[in-house]
Every structure is written in structure tokens, then in C-alpha cells.
Design a protein around this ligand. Structure first.
Ligand code: IMP
Length: 193
């Protein structure tokens, strides 16, 4: 089975390829020759996930899936949330965003945070969504070099390491993305038998 993933993020593509069951081949939208950026103008993670999947499905006349992820920090009232990719501004790098979170939280005692991923599978005008949440905390400093985004400052509950101190297989034990993909994989397995 071939599935088109509505993302231009190579980190996500690599992670997702390590998660789906054997027999499922994931093709990134760039490999399909789609060079545009996808719209992400909704106010929720669910909304953005659907918007991306629907847009690509229409543009390429295909079945596809998208995912949207946000980091929700309790002491910042759920921010950066839906703005996770551009927390420090429109063209912010991962590092800019991480630095902004550390700055905003310089005095914060409550460091509780969670990652939330919502996958949307869009096929023939219909869609299904799958959620994955991982609770954890924001560290006081960056730790580790692996991964991407906020990985160097997010320590999942039950771990002494940040995501960025973990190899991919270890991140997958805790990962918000992996949890949502397990649900998606189950759905695919059931709907193709
Ligand atoms: P997107 O809008 O779903 O592409 O993701 C929003 C932002 O969340 C990304 O630009 C990253 O900064 C961050 N992000 C998404 N997934 C992860 C992750 O697994 N680890 C760390 N940061 C992530």
C-alpha cells in the first residue's frame, strides 16, 4: 500500500517511515513533485491537520494523510500550541523558537508541557483523525543534538532524557507522533482486511 504524506518536513518523513507497518510505503509530497507550502491558517491543531490533508488531496486528486503537531506549555496558557512552527516569528528557525520558550519560561516553576499530534487521513472526500499526546516538562537548558524542533527542551514523563538525547527508536517509545500513528496503523490494518 502506498500513502502520500502531506509534509515537506524531512524529519517527520523519517520518523513516520520508522512507524508504519511493513507493507505500507510512505511517499512525501515533494517526491510527488508538489513544491508549494501547505496552508495552515486554522485556530486548532485538528483544523490545521485537516486543512493540509484536504488541500493536498484536492491538488493531487489523491488519498493522503497529514499531521499537525503543537507543543502546549501549561504556564504559557497552552502556547506555543498551534503557533509552534512560528512562535518566534514567521521565518523563525527551530533554534529561535526554542530560545523564545526558554526566555519566556526563565522564571517559571511550573514546567509542565505536552506534545499533541493530530493525523488526518483523507480519502474520497471523507476523513478520519487520530490523536497522540505525550506529557512531559520543559527543561531549563537545551540538552541533546538529535531530532528537531523543541526536542532539546522536552523531557517526556518517565524519562531522564530530552527527546534530543534519544535515538529515534527510543523517542518512539514516548513519542506523541508514534501514539497517533499507532492508531492510524490500526485503522489501516482493519480497513484493508
Ligand atoms: P507542524 O506545524 O506540525 O509542522 O509543527 C509545528 C512545530 O512543532 C514544528 O515546526 C516543530 O518546531 C514542532 N514539532 C513538531 N513535532 C515535533 C517533535 O516531534 N519534536 C519537537 N518539535 C516538534
Amino acid at each position: 500500500m502506498k500513502l502520500i504524506f502531506a509534509t515537506g518536513n524531512l524529519h517527520k518523513l523519517k520518523e513516520v517511515r520508522s512507524m508504519l507497518p511493513r507493507g505500507v510505503q510512505v511517499i512525501g509530497m515533494r517526491e510527488m513533485g508538489f513544491e508549494e507550502e501547505l496552508p495552515e491558517t486554522q485556530m486548532t491543531i485538528e483544523g490545521n491537520s485537516l486543512q493540509k490533508a484536504e488541500y493536498l488531496a484536492r491538488e493531487l486528486s489523491c488519498t493522503c494523510f497529514a499531521e499537525d503537531t503543537g507543543l502546549e506549555i501549561e504556564s504559557l496558557n497552552g502556547e506555543p500550541g498551534v503557533y509552534s512552527a512560528r512562535y518566534a516569528g514567521e521565518n523563525a528557525t527551530f533554534e529561535d523558537n526554542v530560545n523564545k520558550v526558554l526566555q519566556e519560561m526563565a522564571e517559571a516553576e511550573n514546567r509542565k508541557a505536552r506534545f499533541k499530534t493530530v493525523i488526518t487521513y483523507y480519502s474520497e472526500g471523507k476523513y478520519v483523525q487520530f490523536e497522540g499526546i505525550t506529557e512531559g516538562e520543559i527543561t531549563k537548558e537545551k540538552q541533546g543534538e538529535e531530532g528537531f524542533g523543541y526536542d532539546p527542551i522536552f523531557k517526556p514523563l518517565g524519562s531522564a532524557k530530552t527527546y534530543a538525547q534519544m535515538a529515534l527508536a527510543e523517542k518512539n517509545i514516548y513519542s506523541h507522533r508514534k501514539k497517533s500513528f499507532e492508531r492510524f496503523a490500526n485503522y489501516l490494518t482493519k480497513s484493508t482486511v
